[in-house]
Ligand binder design. Structure first.
Ligand SMILES: [Zn+2]
Length: 299
C-alpha cells in the first residue's frame, strides 16, 4: 500500500504553507481517486504556499501511484461528448489563429483523452500527434484513425525539437510534477515553439466567490493554478506567457446536468430526471472558470 508524502510547492519549491481545505471524505484507494477524469469530492487536504500563493495537495500519493490510476481510467461518459468537444476545440483554434502556428505545423497534444483535440487540429490543417495514459482512451482514439501513443510525457518516443506547438488541455493540474513536464516539453519544441495550457483557474472572481466549493476541486486535480502561477511556472521552465483567454466550451445540456449531479449541485438530480431526451441534446455554450494561456520558448 502506497503512503502519502508531504509535498513542496510545485512552482517555487517552498516548504511553507497554510492549510486551505481539510478533507471530509476518507478515501485512500488510488483506483477510486484517480481512475476517472471526474474525480471525487472532499478527499484532499489542499494547502496554500506562503511564498507564492500556489494551492496544491499535500500530503499526496507518489507520482507512480497516481499515474497508475490514470492508466486504468475508463471514460465512456466523458467520451460521449466527443463531437461537441471537437467543435469547441476547432472554434478555439480559429479564435486564436493570430497567435498560433499556421496550418501545416506539427503539434503534440499531451493527455489527449479520446483525441477530440487531435481531430479538431487535423481539421484545422495541423499534423497532429497525441499522448494519453489511459489504455481505454488510446484504443478509442486509434479506432478514429488518430496518431496516439500510450503513456505519460516522461516516456514519450518523439525526437527533440520536432513540434511547433505542444498543448496541455486540462492536464497540467493532473501532473504530479508539472515543472519537470514543462522542461521536457520545451525540449520537444522548435525554437520559437508555442506551449498552450488550458487550466481550471482558481484566480477568477467566480472561483473566489466559490472559495472552498470551487467546482474544480477534485481528487484528480493535484494543483490549482491562477494566471500568475502559470506565468511563474512557465518562466521558471523556459517559457514566456504572452496571451490569456477565457475558454468557452459547448457541451450537451444532458451531459452538463449529469456532471452537475455528480458535483452535487442542489436540485440538479430532480431537474435531470424530468428533462426530456430531445432537450438533453441541446448544445449549451458555457464558461466554467477555465483559462487558456499561450507561451513561447524563451530565446
Ligand atoms: Zn510557492
Amino acid at each position: 500500500m502506497a503512503h502519502k508524502l508531504d509535498m513542496k510547492c510545485p512552482v517555487c519549491d517552498s516548504e511553507h504553507y497554510e492549510v486551505f481545505i481539510e478533507p471530509w471524505v476518507n478515501e485512500l484507494n488510488p483506483a477510486k481517486l484517480y481512475g476517472a477524469a471526474s474525480g471525487m469530492l472532499g478527499t484532499q487536504r489542499l494547502v496554500t504556499c506562503v511564498d507564492c500563493g500556489m494551492i496544491f495537495e499535500s500530503p499526496r500519493y507518489d507520482a507512480a501511484t497516481i499515474v497508475k490510476g490514470y492508466m486504468s481510467s475508463k471514460e465512456g461518459e466523458h467520451d460521449s461528448q466527443y463531437k461537441m468537444r471537437v467543435l469547441s476545440f476547432y472554434r478555439s483554434l480559429k479564435k486564436n489563429a493570430n497567435s498560433l502556428p499556421d496550418p501545416g505545423a506539427k503539434i503534440l497534444d499531451i493527455g489527449t483523452a479520446g483525441g477530440a483535440f487531435l481531430e479538431a487540429a487535423m481539421q484545422y490543417g495541423y499534423d497532429a500527434y497525441g499522448m494519453e495514459p489511459s489504455e481505454d482512451l488510446v484504443a478509442r482514439g486509434k479506432t478514429r484513425g488518430l496518431q496516439i501513443e500510450q503513456g505519460a510525457i516522461e516516456n514519450h518516443s518523439f525526437e527533440q525539437g520536432k513540434f511547433d506547438m505542444v498543448c496541455l488541455w486540462d492536464v497540467i493540474e493532473h501532473l504530479p510534477d508539472p515543472k519537470t513536464a514543462l522542461v521536457e516539453i520545451r525540449e520537444l519544441l522548435k525554437p520559437n515553439g508555442i506551449l498552450l495550457i488550458n487550466f481550471p483557474d482558481i484566480g477568477t472572481w467566480q472561483a473566489k466567490i466559490a472559495r472552498k466549493r470551487f467546482w474544480w476541486i477534485l481528487s484528480v486535480h493535484l494543483h490549482h493554478f491562477t494566471k500568475k502561477s502559470i506565468k511563474d511556472i512557465c518562466s521558471r521552465t523556459g517559457f514566456d506567457v504572452f496571451h490569456y483567454q477565457r475558454y468557452w466550451q459547448t457541451l450537451e445540456l444532458g451531459y452538463l446536468e449529469r456532471m452537475a449531479v455528480h458535483y452535487r449541485i442542489p436540485l440538479t438530480a430532480f431537474i435531470t430526471r424530468f428533462t426530456p431526451d430531445f432537450i438533453q441534446r441541446i448544445p449549451i455554450p458555457y464558461y466554467a472558470s477555465q483559462t487558456t494561456a499561450l507561451a513561447r520558448v524563451q530565446k
